[in-house]
Ligand binder design. Structure first.
Ligand code: ATP
Length: 512
């Protein structure tokens, strides 16, 4: 297969689907992965069309039923295959403006557990070869592509997305399967927290101002605000809010503290006390009175200077109100990713991001050293996922019981290295890649470093995060583009329709 061939690259995430060509730096389109179903059989894809329909519905301009559905479940696994097929056809027709059969296709998928991976991959192969008729297909594991595109064969990829945060350790070009971990507390969870917080504030303001307007006849006027705050929002309202004001709120208001929030409170309290003592000493010195104390107003003014009490304002256009939050409240919202137990007793601190990143590294150390030094698959074998049961085993360290992969190119095997857990810890901790749009929250990278330095105090920690907002949002896609532009495709495997049919036939024979 010619390696200079132009191809289509599509990344399907739980929030966004990104599609474009491998000869351009930016994708052709970034669309919601969810879709609107209008009436009984009309599907609406694409941000603008979806927004227009959703707004028309809210303004009462349409009587037809409208609902938002997802194509990817809360674990980041695609499940709505009929619609995924339609969505891909829509992308080819309206966005890429080319025929699927004209260009090879690269699909980027998150790392999946092996029992699911085969089912999901078979579906993709089926859609690509039997519904779209693409000539050749390659499926790339997203975290692997991200690490390799950054020139790293070993890395810990921390992808903070919408449905979850995925932690993927990669050692010498291979995903350490048993150590991949996922937290369900990510962008969607924050959306819910933000909505609750803002709506509570609006409700309280409303109560305070007694703003239910009673007209001359004594009727209560139901304002737009009441609709917004109603507890029975439908899927269209939830989607619309998540893609409009909640996005703005997250970008402008949310922040992550570099240490746990109670620790930060203590820190600023101690700072204030120290400042009070210093001022008193100054006063004592200048008045020659050893008992001189600051007056209450001066003490209050120092205490009010606490950075956590600084106000941040957000214009909540839906209710025509400016919402004021203290900095500590903004920290609290994002802190729930690291300590979900502060939201509800049914969650534990062990579900938090810091804990699962730490666990993932420790598990990687344990599994790599226990599996042995000759079991790490070579880079080439792990670049792509292979569709069939027997082959896909070798893509991941955890399943590879010492068998060499038949597709291995023999690059970068760890066989000559003494593999101890400490060696793996150090290799992963110096190559932490932070990606996914939720990682754009202010202070996220610093906090991850802090969480890791507590758990691995004796190790050097180095993180890599793309500093350009758009680049970080589309990193999964651009990394796949880089992979598809490698001078030699020997590193990965392309599948043709005949490969697929051969595999299907051999499976049928085996079953018989
Ligand atoms: P997943 O990784 O779960 O499959 P995805 O790759 O489609 O999802 P991303 O685009 O990485 O998801 O992340 C989307 C989430 O990031 C959404 O919840 C969105 O609200 C949030 N988000 C987008 N921009 C920002 C930002 N600047 N600050 C904070 N959060 C943001």
């Amino acid at each position: 297969m010619s390696h200079h061939k132009k191809c289509v690259v599509i990344k399907i995430g739980s929030h966004h689907t990104i599609a474009g060509f491998n000869n351009t730096e930016l994708p052709q389109c970034i669309l919601p992965s969810s879709y609107l179903k209008k009436g009984s059989d009309e599907y609406i894809f694409g941000t603008i069309s979806m927004l227009e329909e959703a707004m028309a519905k809210n303004e009462g301009e349409t009587n037809e039923s409208l609902e938002v559905f997802t194509t990817v479940d809360e674990n980041g696994i695609p499940y709505n295959w009929t619609v995924i097929e339609q969505q891909l056809k829509y992308i080819y027709k309206t966005q890429l403006k080319c025929e699927p059969q004209d260009l090879p296709l690269v699909i980027t998928v998150p790392h999946l557990k092996s029992e699911l991976a085969n089912k999901v991959l078979e579906r993709y192969f089926n859609i690509a070869f039997t519904k779209l008729n693409v000539p050749v297909l390659q499926i790339i594991i997203e975290p692997l592509a991200i690490a390799l595109a950054m020139g790293k064969t070993s890395a810990l990829v921390i992808d903070l997305g919408s449905s979850g945060c995925n932690i993927t350790p990669i050692v010498e070009g291979t995903v350490v399967k048993t150590s991949v971990m996922r937290s369900r507390f990510a962008g969607d969870f924050l959306d819910y927290q933000v909505t609750q917080k803002v709506e509570n504030i609006v409700k309280n303001n409303k109560k305070k101002n007694n703003s239910e307007e009673i007209d001359i006849d004594g009727d209560i006027n139901i304002s737009n605000e009441d609709n917004i705050l109603s507890d029975n929002k439908d899927s269209v309202d939830v989607w619309l809010q998540a893609n409009t004001w909640i996005q703005d709120f997250k970008i402008n208001m949310l922040q992550v503290s570099d240490k746990e929030l109670p620790e930060l409170e203590r820190f600023y309290k101690e700072q204030a006390e120290m400042q009070i003592r210093q001022q008193e000493q100054l006063q004592q010195y200048s008045t020659n009175n050893v008992n001189a104390k600051l007056d209450e107003a001066a003490i209050a003014s120092i205490q009010n200077n606490n950075p956590l009490s600084q106000k941040k304002n957000f214009l909540y256009k839906l209710a025509n109100q400016t919402i004021s939050l203290e900095s500590r409240q903004c920290y609290e919202l994002a802190e729930s990713l690291f300590n979900p137990s502060m939201i509800s007793e049914k969650y534990t601190k062990e579900d938090g991001l810091g804990e699962i990143i730490g666990k993932s590294i420790k598990k990687a150390g344990a599994s790599v050293s226990s599996v042995g030094t000759n079991t790490i698959g070579a880079l080439g074998a792990s670049m792509t996922i292979q569709p069939m049961n027997t082959q896909s085993k070798n893509n991941y360290l955890g399943d590879n019981n010492g068998n060499n992969n038949s597709n291995a190119t023999g690059i970068n095997s760890l066989s000559t290295t003494a593999t101890t857990p400490e060696y793996i810890y150090s290799m992963l901790l110096t190559n932490i890649i932070v990606t996914g749009a939720t990682s754009l929250i202010n202070g996220m990278e610093q906090r991850i470093i802090k969480e890791l330095s507590i758990r691995f105090p004796q190790y050097k920690i180095t993180t890599f995060a793309n500093q350009v907002t758009m680049d970080r949002k589309i990193q999964g896609w651009t990394s796949s583009v880089s992979m598809s532009n490698l001078p030699s495709w020997e590193l990965a495997k392309w599948y043709t329709k005949s490969d697929y049919e051969k595999e299907l036939n051999s499976e049928t024979v085996n079953e018989k």
